[in-house]
Design a binder for this molecule. Structure first.
Ligand code: AMP
Ligand code: GLY
Length: 422
């Protein structure tokens, strides 16, 4: 079949790399893709929010499966756009409906969903400009740190954790005053939870589900988890501190009620659910839902998946997910992200990347790269993810770090300690 994959990051390169290994994959198109996905299929230089252009392309190229990588088109309703159009409705779209995508697109929606279903999460209240005064009084009753979350998508910058009550009050005023535009017209204030975070990935057809390998990402720019937050400097899978007992709690208290809740609320959801969790004294709490796979988590989760991914997507469409027997590589996987100097603040693009072709003991996934006149150039903050396997995280990291020295570009930066706290 012909497949359209939407997105352009390391996550999409990993999904593309995996789907091309399927016999069912005839032609793979990646929209818009990067220099890495171009080695797996054909990049399509269209805007991923231009749904009419995506429709025209899909019809002209007999697309039968459309896999949506990032959240933006999902939150904008790409699933419904396909399903409501008789010319496109037979295409298998992997992703939730617009309503399902609200689990990521609106923190207030996700909190209410969890509250309705008794899914463990931090206690919260939501405020709007009309209830600013209540919000300010509410903050005064709280013990810092205060967690303030813009309701909508804010490019990963919408969560503020503030130690000082007065500062938190100013931050609430700024947010409700439009700091993050429409995304912060509603602000969720929630209880601070202290613990270690991990992520669970589920694929569902809205009725049944399969659990993918767990992962942990490293969001801070600096070693020892210091400095500014980034999109993710690396990831590991599996997550050794999640033992059977903790996982059973996650499955019984979070995964099953989430899928049952989608059902009982009549929410169409045929795609990935990324559940960000925090382990508080061996009790799992949901920090957030995302309606897609994580990046860079995909770069360790997908290489550990032994199943044919296109077959899994087909089962999502047919409602036969339960018939699939999931099989994973038992080894430890570590992804190290090479980023542009200066990232996550200002950085330069367009640096020539060398050394990729000489790597044979890691999988090199491109993130922000583009191909120009035979050279591969950096084209974003996160540039290359280097994924390696090992009998443990130490040996996997040693290979990724060795290759992080071989691949080079001006200003390259990376963390050498991914997974070393586990
Ligand atoms: P989110 O976008 O909701 O995932 O939040 C971004 C990050 O903020 C999370 O990955 C956590 O590290 C942190 N965070 C969010 N909510 C809380 C909370 N209630 N308690 C402690 N940390 C939090
Ligand atoms: N790595 C976190 C995310 O994809 O949201």
């Amino acid at each position: 079949m012909n497949i359209l994959l939407i997105g352009s990051g390391g996550r999409e390169h990993a999904l593309a790399w995996k789907m091309t290994q399927s016999e069912a994959c005839d032609q793979l198109f990646i929209l818009p893709g990067n220099a890495g996905t171009a080695q797996c299929g054909t990049n399509v230089p269209l805007n991923l929010l231009d749904f009419p252009a995506i429709k025209e392309f899909s019809l002209a190229n007999n697309i039968e499966l459309c896999v949506v990588g990032p959240e933006a088109p999902l939150v904008e309703g790409i699933y419904d756009f396909f399903k409501n159009d008789p010319a496109l409705s037979k295409i298998n779209v992997i992703g939730p409906s617009k309503e399902g995508a609200q689990l990521e697109g609106s923190k207030a929606y996700a909190k209410k969903f969890m509250a309705d279903l008794n899914i463990p999460t931090a206690a919260y209240k939501e405020f709007t400009p009309a209830t600013l005064a209540d919000g300010l009084s509410y903050i005064e009753t709280q013990t810092p740190p205060i967690v303030l979350k813009a309701d909508g998508l804010a490019a990963g910058k919408g969560v503020l954790i503030i130690e000082d009550i007065e500062e938190a009050k100013s931050a609430l005023e700024e947010m409700l005053g439009g700091k993050f535009g429409a995304a912060s017209e509603t602000v969720v204030i929630e209880e601070f939870l202290s613990g270690i975070e991990f992520s669970v990935f589920v694929i569902t057809d809205g009725k049944d589900y399969q659990v993918l390998p767990m992962a942990k990402d490293y969001k801070r720019i600096g070693e020892g988890d210091t400095g500014l937050n980034t999109g993710g400097m690396g990831a590991v899978s599996p997550v050794p501190f999640v033992d059977e007992t903790l996982f059973k709690k996650v499955e019984d208290r979070v995964i099953k009620p989430t899928i049952a809740g989608l059902n009982s609320k009549g929410i169409t959801y045929k795609g990935f659910v990324f559940i960000g969790l925090i382990n508080v004294n061996n009790e799992p709490y949901v920090i957030e839902y995302n309606c897609r796979m994580g990046d860079p988590e995909t770069e360790v989760v997908i290489p550990r998946l032994k199943n044919d991914l296109v077959e899994i997507f087909d089962a999502v469409d047919k409602g036969t997910l339960n018939d699939i027997k999931m099989e994973f590589d038992e080894r430890a996987a570590t992804a190290v992200m090479l980023v542009s100097g200066g990232y996550p603040e200002a950085y330069e693009k367009g640096k020539i990347i060398s050394g990729i072709d000489s790597i044979s003991d890691s999988i090199v996934f491109h993130a922000g790269t583009k191909s120009v006149d035979g050279n591969i150039l950096s084209n974003g903050g996160r540039v290359i993810a280097i994924t390696s396997f090992g009998t443990d995280f130490k040996s996997a990291l040693a290979v990724s770090n060795k290759n992080a020295e071989v691949i080079d570009f001006e200003g390259k930066n990376y963390r050498k300690d991914i997974g070393m706290d586990l």
